[in-house]
Each structure stands twice: as C-alpha cells, then as structure tokens.
Design a binder for this molecule. Structure first.
Ligand SMILES: [Zn+2]
Ligand SMILES: [Zn+2]
Length: 341
C-alpha cells in the first residue's frame, strides 16, 4: 500500500489483476481527486464512482480507461457509492457516451435531485435551517450567497438499477457485494470484494478526513447514529486493504474505525459540556464546540456545516436519552435529568 502522496499527483494504477485506480480531478477547493475503481471483464469495464461533471474529469476517465485497454464506449456499468456530485456527477455523461447502466442505493435515488436547482432556492433552504437552529439574524447576513454559483445547478441523471444491501453486483467474473452504510448520505454504499478482502469504502471511511454527516431533511432522523452503526458493519468484515474514494489507500481498517468512533465520542462530550450550564440552541452548542479555528473566525459557509454537525450529535444523544429538544422559536436542547443536567 502506498504512503500518503502529499502534493504528488496520483497516477492511474493497476492494483490487482483486473482492478485499476483512476484518479479523477475535482474542481473544488480541498479534496483534489476522487478515485474511480475500474473492474475489467471480457464484456467491458465496470466502475465504482464517476467524478464531478467537468470536461477535465471526463478526459481523466478516458485516459484511465485507455490505460486499462478500454474506450469510454466499453463501459458497461457505473456504480457511484453515493449521490454526491464528486461521485455521481459524471455518471450521466458517461452513460450517454457508452450506454452503461447506472446503479445506486434506493435511499440515495429517493433524494437525488434530477431537476435543475437555482442557487437562490438552495440558499433559502439553507438559511431556513440555520434560523431553526437559532442563528442570530446578524449572523445570517454574513451567511449569505458567498461560495454559491450563479448559474442553476443541473439535475442528476436517474439511476437505471437500484442496489440494495447485500446485493451482488452484476459484474461478470467478479464477486462484489454492496454493503449499505448510511450516514454520510442516506444511501451510501461500500463494496466488499471477498477474494482479495478489499473494502471499497467511498466516503464512509477515509484515512484522514472525518466524513461530514449532514443533518436535516433528507438525511434521515438520526444520520450520525446510522453512521456509527455503519462503521460497525464494515469493521466486522476484517478487510486487508481499504480503497477509499479520496486521499489514499490504507491497511488497518479497524484502527481507523476506532479513531472515528473516538472522534465522535469526543464530540459528544463537547456537546454535553456545552449544555452543562443550561439549555442552548443548536447554534449556541456549535459555537462552544472545538473547531479548527475560533468560532468567530469561521466563515459563514463553514458555520453551516458546523451547526449541522452539532445538530447531528444532539440528535444522536437524544436517541441515547442524554438530551432532549424542547419546541420553541427556536427549539432548545436540554440535558435530561438522568444525564446529570
Ligand atoms: Zn460524499
Ligand atoms: Zn466524496
């Protein structure tokens, strides 16, 4: 297994006979690539994850396929691990070029946005969620249109095939099983390859980054609880190597899973500490948690995900009977009596 590549540009690599890793560049700040994993067959190529819908990404996929001896027209199946644009965005264009089928878990298919979305509508939805969490109006002024694109965001292509937990993918000559791992998205899938004991982990387990757990609306009632249960699920597989969608491949899945569990226990402790002095809104709890920078210096857009993260931990603690939510404008969170509040 390679070490972290640092600033090196990842290359197309053959990982095992018939299995390739194709780095597909991302247009976003932060993560530079998503890894497409290609499975060779006598009947064409099948890929896990696709990339963002850009010309540069399409060209990178063409180059990667060519390294494995295929053209884009040889694609037979495209299986994004989940419906985020860095994994699913390019699937429609690749299907158009090849006639390949697109497979997705039904829970992600149900929330996949197929209609174009105007940035103003996206902003309104986000702002409503922030106000419900108790964001002060003056903070809302800065939490505005920054980072939002001007043009409508195009809708995604609908999947052709729904892939359920435990399904064996229709890839001739390969045994690849879907493992439903909700949390980062409601229909996130990992894939288990038992012959080489490989886990294709998507965004569910990454070697350094803690995946964002969204909150509200389509994320489900307790996305963080789902996420932690999904960690147990992949841990039980005893993979010898993990092939994530970003960063780099790694061994020692159990150690990484344990780090992620500890990370969230630490977050739970911060949430409890924030409520120890009395009830608070989701916004107030977030403002007292530890972030990479002081709360006052965090930019509007990043604050949204911070508040969303606080709310995900609050909801999971509610399920554990540690906190409860009291309705109000905005609602407030309280430690339950048994939790020492
Ligand atoms: Zn994602
Ligand atoms: Zn991703």
């Amino acid at each position: 297994m390679p070490r972290p590549a640092g600033s090196l540009r990842p290359e197309v690599e053959r990982l095992r006979p018939g299995l390739w890793s194709i780095p597909v560049p991302l247009p976003t700040a932060g993560l530079t690539h998503v890894f497409m994993y290609l499975f060779e067959t006598d009947h064409g190529a099948y890929v896990i994850d696709s990339g963002w819908d850009t010309d540069e990404a399409f060209a990178a996929v063409e180059r990667g396929l060519a390294a494995a001896g295929y053209a884009v027209t040889d694609l037979r199946g495209i299986i994004p691990t989940h419906m985020h644009p860095d994994h699913y965005g390019l699937a429609g264009r690749l299907r158009e070029a090849s006639g390949a089928w697109i497979g997705l878990h039904p829970a992600d298919a149900a929330v996949l946005r197929v209609e174009p979305l105007h940035p103003a509508d996206l902003l309104r939805t986000l702002n409503e969620a922030m106000l419900r969490a108790g964001a002060p109006p003056e903070a809302m002024r800065e939490v505005t249109a920054q980072h939002l694109p001007r043009d409508p965001l195009p809708g995604f292509a609908r999947p052709d095939i729904l892939i359920e937990d435990g399904d064996r993918l229709d890839i001739p000559g390969w045994d690849l099983r879907a493992v439903w791992t909700p949390g980062h998205s409601p229909g996130h899938l990992c894939f288990w390859e038992p012959v080489n004991r490989l886990l294709l982990s998507g965004d569910h387990v990454l070697p350094r980054i803690t995946p964002n757990i969204p909150f509200g609306g389509e994320a489900g009632d307790d996305p963080l609880g789902d996420y932690l249960r999904s960690l147990d699920k992949v841990d039980a597989l005893s993979a010898t190597a993990t092939l994530p969608a970003h960063e780099y491949r790694f061994d020692g899945l159990s150690e990484r899973v344990e780090q992620l569990r500890r990370h969230h226990e630490q977050r739970f402790a911060e949430v409890r500490a924030a409520l120890a002095g009395g009830p608070a809104t989701g916004w107030e709890v977030a403002s007292q948690m530890r972030w990479s920078r002081p709360w006052d210096e965090i930019e509007g857009f990043v604050r949204r995900s911070a508040v969303s993260e606080a709310l995900a931990h609050l909801r999971a603690l509610e399920r554990r009977g540690v906190v409860h939510e009291r309705p109000g404008e905005p609602p407030t969170w309280w430690l339950t009596a048994s939790a020492g509040g």
